[in-house]
Design a protein around this ligand. Structure first.
Ligand SMILES: [Zn+2]
Ligand SMILES: [Zn+2]
Length: 262
């Protein structure tokens, strides 16, 4: 197995506009994605793959999240795009760490309806393990495509996207519940596609957002099996509809194409 296909380098990226900020240190297909969004007052973590905790500490150490933001107390919600391990595998560590740091603010864990069977066992394991000693209220919440939610001062819109289980040999399995999120503060918005194959409504959802984080798993010369992922060219076309875009969820092949251009 060629492990070179996984981009090894963490690279801090930070965008700020209209009172909203996005910070991301690492995103690679089949490894991990963690995106921190904040408005200087509170924050949301979108996807919590392996290493999410290290990314949080690294972002905080670098002062990237702003001096006012307490990364423990001010995290309002963890939004999970879909139940694949590179997007939720770090959840258990995160919940334990917040308890260890004696967090007291309530926390929502939000995920697409239909992914409870993969995500709830981690939450149950944490709550059983630390019963009676968890200082914060943890609320799991399943949401559906088209549902708008409010998290603190932030509005979140959702769009169901077409994504499937697949393996490293390119075999495609069942469709998984997967959501694209748009996080809105006043006139400013950030879209995070999560993993998605070509999806009809995606371009309209991304259009006129200020920043879009678009999955770009395959290099441009590789066509996605239907409904699994986008390639770099497809991702660039969709990203071009936003004010700025980052191509995320890279592989070795797409990384070489994205580097310096993403
Ligand atoms: Zn993924
Ligand atoms: Zn996935």
């Amino acid at each position: 197995m060629d492990l070179k296909q996984f981009p090894p380098k963490a690279r801090m990226r930070r965008w700020t506009g209209g009172g909203l900020s996005a910070s991301m240190r690492y995103s690679a297909a089949g490894v991990s994605t963690c995106i921190f969004i904040d408005n200087g007052k509170h924050s949301i973590l979108v996807d919590v793959g392996d290493g999410g905790l290290r990314d949080l500490l690294e972002i905080n150490r670098g002062g990237e999240a702003g001096p006012e933001l307490d990364p423990i107390e001010n995290l309002k919600a963890i939004l999970i795009t879909h139940p694949h391990f590179d997007h939720y595998g770090g959840l258990l560590s995160f919940l334990h760490f917040l308890r260890l740091m004696e967090r007291t603010s309530p926390l929502e864990v939000i995920f697409p309806q239909g992914s409870q069977d993969r995500i709830m066992p981690l939450i149950d394991l944490f709550e059983e393990d630390r019963k009676g000693s968890i200082g914060y209220v943890l609320t799991p919440r399943a949401i559906t495509s088209g549902e708008d939610i409010t998290i603190g001062d932030l509005q979140v819109m959702t769009l169901g996207v077409d994504h499937h289980d697949s393996d490293i040999r390119g075999n495609v399995g069942d469709r998984v519940p997967a959501l694209c999120y748009k996080i809105i503060l006043g006139p400013t918005s950030i879209v995070i596609t999560g993993d998605t194959g070509p999806t009809l409504e995606l371009s309209g959802f991304v259009r006129d957002s200020d920043l879009a984080l678009i999955e770009a798993t395959y290099p441009s010369d590789m066509m996605s099996p239907t409904g699994v992922h986008l390639n770099v060219q497809q991702a660039r076309e969709i990203g071009g509809l936003a004010g700025e875009h980052w191509l995320i969820h890279r592989t070795g092949g797409s990384d070489a194409e994205i580097e310096g251009n993403g």
